[in-house]
Ligand binder design. Sequence first.
Ligand code: BEZ
Length: 223
Amino acid sequence: MPGLLLGDEAPNFEADTTHGRIRFHDFLGGSWGILFSHPRDFTPVCTTELGRAAKLAPEFSKRNVKMIALSIDDVSDHLAWAKDINAYNGDEPTEKLPFPIIADANRKLAVQLGMLDPDEQDKQGMPLTARVVFVFGPDKKLKLSILYPATTGRNFDEILRVVDSLQLTVKHQVATPVDWKPGERVMVVPSIPDAEAKKLFPEGVFTKELPSGKKYLRYTPQP
Ligand code: BEZ
């Protein structure tokens, strides 16, 4: 069954990209990584997404996240498309983007990674790629997977928010509640006993009383 599940190691594929040939594990090195796929070059929603991703590249870099896109066209198309993306952003229409785009004209990787959207097809009736977001940790394991259909553009602010949550969990053993934003209070994970939580979170653990009497809703200021 193609595709990737949480906890799976990233496949160490080799591919041509707009920044040259890569081996995925070498590309990731010891960093976090985000791989996001696109249905096709020269399509409107994808152009807006890649424009936004380019603008947010310094934010991903600040979080030590290497970015890489994938679209089912070849490198020469990707480079020509990059000019449109830069122009859309109001920048010089050059071929340079702050992240590589993988060429997957034969859809080999899209199939291996479970990225195809059977509802969206090209003129030849071949399925296009869905909008997949994979976030890999420094251990190269899949930490997050989001799958949008081709017709819905992603929210890259949300993706950054998720990266912040993932990184906070790794560093401080906390979880983030609904609609959490950086700086807001976080939750103590259920596996940590109260006594240990007190030591781990010296700023205090606040437990909300609930009708069940169970003391599982425990907040602490963001460490
Ligand atoms: C787009 O990027 O605009 C798009 C691509 C495939 C299907 C629908 C929209």
